[in-house]
Design a protein around this ligand. Structure first.
Ligand code: HEM
Length: 122
């Protein structure tokens, strides 16, 4: 998405801002009893690094996501749409507290939403 010649990556504030939003989302997930059990054995710094690169690349930034496919990454977790929506809420809370404008929030969510079929019921 280009608006006023800027990528969504640039409009979000680049890698520092994306790193902050992803970090605070993970903090929200850790406090979210609906879904935090899924992350009990997860290497959180690694997950954060992968997520930042994924969001950076997906929004037009100069990064390369090197992790697993979304289907592979969530295989065997048997995630539901409710789990997916809980994580999205935790991301929205993070974007809100980091003062990401609603239009940009919705653009990022529109990039993530199509991944749902690869994440849930795997
Ligand atoms: C659009 C939504 C989502 C995206 C973009 C996403 C992205 C990712 C990425 C990039 C990884 C790292 C893959 C790797 O290590 O190579 C990952 C791992 C993981 N995801 Fe997601 N994810 C999403 C939804 C969810 C949901 C809804 C849950 C659970 C409620 C979840 C739980 C996990 C867990 C537990 C891991 C770590 C697995 C491990 O310990 O290695 N994800 N995800």
């Amino acid at each position: 998405q280009m608006a006023s010649g800027q990528t969504l990556y640039e409009q979000l504030g680049g890698k520092p801002a994306i790193t902050k939003v992803v970090h605070d989302m993970i903090v929200n997930v850790a406090a979210d009893n609906r879904i935090n059990h899924f992350f009990a054995k997860t290497n959180i710094p690694h997950l954060q690094m992968e997520l930042v690169n994924q969001v950076c690349e997906g929004t037009g930034g100069p990064c390369k996501y090197t992790g697993l496919s979304m289907q592979q990454a969530h295989k065997g977790m048997k995630l539901s749409t409710a789990d997916f929506n809980a994580l999205v809420e935790d991301l929205q809370k993070s974007m809100h507290s980091n003062h990401v404008p609603l239009g940009l929030q919705n653009q990022l969510l529109a990039i993530l939403a199509p991944m749902e079929p690869d994440v849930v019921h795997q």
